[in-house]
Design a protein around this ligand. Structure first.
Ligand SMILES: Nc1nc2c(c(=O)[nH]1)N[C@H]1C(S)=C(S)[C@@H](COP(=O)(O)O)O[C@H]1N2
Ligand SMILES: [Mo]
Length: 440
C-alpha cells in the first residue's frame, strides 16, 4: 500500500511567514516525508539509494594513510581558515577572524578561534610563567602553572566577542563582505581552569577593594580594570581551551575569562591581578573601547555584550544552487544570559517565524538556531533577530542608529569601530541565488 505520507510534498507544508518559511514543527519526526520531498525534484536530487549500486572508489582499494600524532582537518578543507589582517607580522596589532560561514555547531575549533593581539603572541615558557595576585589583599601570592593546577577546576562553555565585532555594519553603504569579515570577531569554546574567587579566598580581600586590574605579559602589557563583583561571580583563570592547553594566540599558558563581558577584558597571557579601590583608566578603557554618543557624551566600561544574532547559512558569498528546500541557520548569543528566542524573516522583516534553538542553550554561549525554508527562486531578504532571557531584544538597524547616530563614512572592512554594533544583519538573495549584504 502506498504510504499516505508520500502524498505530502514540501510545497504543502505549513508556511509560517512570508517567502517560504516553513513551520519547523511540520518537519519534526517526519524524516521520510522530508526525504521523499527531496526525491520528487522539489529540491536538489540525490541519486536514489536503490537506483544503482555504489561504485568502487579508488580509496577503497588499498590501505589508508598513517595517522598523524596530532591530527589536522582533511586536506580538502584548506579554505576553512582564519583571515589575517597582518600576515607579515609587522609591528603593531594582529587580528584573525573566524570563518563562521564555513562552520556549523557552536564550538569554535582552537585553530579557528578569532584573535586580537596588540603585539603578536609572546612565546611564554610555561615553567617560568608566574601569576601574581596583590594590591588590596591580605596575603599577596605568586602562582605557578603547577600550583594553579592543584586548585579545583571548572569547565565552562562561553563566547568571547570583541567590542569591535560587527563594526563593519556601522557604515553608510552596506559593506560587500562575508560573515567572516563582518561578524568574525566572536568565537566560543569550552574553557577549563580555576575560579578567580577561589584564588581570592587564598589571598583574602581587603574590604576597601572594589575593582581589580588584570595585566598581560605580552609586549603590549595590555591591562583592564574590572569590578571585583565579577571576580567573585563567574570569572576564571582559564588554562585549557576545548580540552587542550590554551592556544598560543589565545593566551597560553593562562588567560582571564570574564564570561559575557567585552572581549578586551579577557586579558590573555595573564601575569598580574591587582585589587584596587577604583579603576586605573587604562588606554583600553579611555582612548579605546569607549563609545562617543551623538550628544557628545561617551560610554565607558561597556560590560556585557548585548544580545545579537546573525545568519551563517546562507550568507554573503555563498550562492544557492536553485530553488527548493534549504535550512536557514545561524548563531545567537548574549552576555546577559541564555538566548530565549530567535525569529527569522525571509521578507526583510515584514513577517517573522520562530526558529528552533539547538540544545544545549547555555548562558553566555553561542546558540545555533535553525529554520526550514523553501526558496521559490524569487529575490528575498533574510534576517534573524534574537531575544535573551533578561528580556533584551536585538535592535533593528534603524533602532540602533536612532540611538547612536548615522554613520558618516565608509571605513574599510578591516577597520572595526568599537561600536558594540548588535543590530540585525540583512542578507539579500537575488534570483540567481547570489547572496549579498544589504540594508533594508
Ligand atoms: N594581553 C592581551 N590580552 C588581550 C588582548 C591583547 O592584545 N593582549 N586583546 C584583547 C582583545 S581586544 C580581545 S577582543 C580579546 C580576544 O581574545 P582572543 O584573541 O582569545 O579571541 O583578547 C583581549 N585580551
Ligand atoms: Mo577587542
Amino acid at each position: 500500500m502506498a504510504s499516505k505520507r508520500s502524498d505530502h510534498r514540501l510545497q504543502d507544508l505549513e508556511a509560517v511567514a512570508g517567502n517560504g518559511l516553513i513551520n519547523r514543527r511540520a518537519l519534526l519526526g517526519r524524516g521520510a516525508l522530508f526525504a521523499g520531498a527531496i526525491g520528487t525534484g522539489v529540491g536538489t536530487s540525490p541519486t536514489g539509494a536503490a537506483a544503482e549500486p555504489l561504485a568502487v572508489d579508488s580509496w577503497s582499494l588499498g590501505p589508508g594513510n598513517v595517522i598523524p600524532a596530532y591530527g589536522v582537518p582533511a586536506k580538502y578543507e584548506d579554505k576553512v581558515v582564519r583571515t589575517l589582517t597582518n600576515p607579515a607580522g609587522n609591528p603593531g596589532g594582529q587580528n584573525a577572524r573566524t570563518p563562521h560561514h564555513l562552520l556549523n555547531g557552536t564550538i569554535t575549533p582552537n585553530g579557528l578561534h578569532f584573535v586580537i593581539a596588540r603585539a603578536g603572541f609572546p612565546d611564554i615558557d610555561p615553567a617560568k610563567h608566574r601569576l601574581v595576585i596583590h594590591g588590596l589583599v591580605k596575603r599577596p601570592l605568586v602562582f605557578t602553572l603547577d600550583t594553579l593546577a592543584r586548585y579545583p577546576m571548572v569547565s565552562r562553555i562561553t563566547f568571547v566577542e570583541c567590542g569591535g565585532n560587527s563594526g563593519p555594519l556601522f557604515r553608510k553603504e552596506p559593506v560587500q563582505a562575508n560573515v567572516q569579515a563582518i561578524h568574525g570577531l566572536v568565537s566560543c569554546a569550552e574553557w577549563t581552569g580555576g575560579r578567580l574567587s577561589t584564588l581570592l579566598d587564598e589571598t583574602g580581600i581587603d574590604p576597601k577593594a572594589k575593582w581589580f586590574i588584570a595585566e598581560g605579559t605580552d609586549g603590549a602589557n595590555m591591562n583592564r580594570s574590572i569590578p571585583l563583583a565579577k571576580a567573585l561571580d563567574d570569572a576564571m583563570i582559564a588554562l585549557y581551551q576545548n580540552g587542550e592547553r590554551i592556544a598560543p594566540s589565545n593566551g597560553y599558558p593562562m588567560r582571564l575569562l570574564v564570561p559575557g563581558y567585552e572581549g578586551n577584558m579577557n586579558v590573555k597571557w595573564l601575569h598580574r591581578i591587582k585589587l584596587l579601590e577604583s579603576p586605573i583608566m587604562a588606554i583600553n578603557e579611555t582612548k579605546q573601547y569607549t563609545i562617543l554618543r551623538p550628544d557628545g557624551k561617551a560610554w565607558q566600561f561597556y560590560f556585557p555584550q548585548e544580545v545579537k544574532s546573525f545568519i551563517t547559512h546562507p550568507s554573503p558569498g555563498l550562492t544557492l544552487k536553485g530553488p527548493g528546500f534549504y535550512e536557514i541557520s545561524g548563531l545567537a548569543y548574549s552576555g546577559n544570559g541564555r538566548i530565549a528566542k530567535v525569529m527569522v524573516s525571509a521578507d526583510g522583516g515584514k513577517s517573522y517565524a520562530q526558529a528552533a534553538l539547538q540544545e544545549p542553550v547555555l548562558s553566555k554561549a553561542l546558540t545555533r538556531f535553525r529554520m526550514p525554508w523553501r526558496w521559490d527562486g524569487q529575490p528575498v531578504v533574510l534576517q534573524s533577530r534574537a531575544w535573551d532571557e533578561a528580556g533584551n531584544v536585538q535592535p533593528t538597524r534603524a533602532e540602533f542608529l536612532a540611538d547612536r547616530g548615522e554613520p558618516k563614512s565608509n571605513p574599510p572592512v578591516t577597520a572595526f569601530p568599537m561600536e558594540h554594533m548588535n543590530a540585525i544583519s540583512s542578507w539579500g538573495i537575488d534570483s540567481t541565488g547570489e547572496t549579498k549584504h544589504v540594508y533594508v
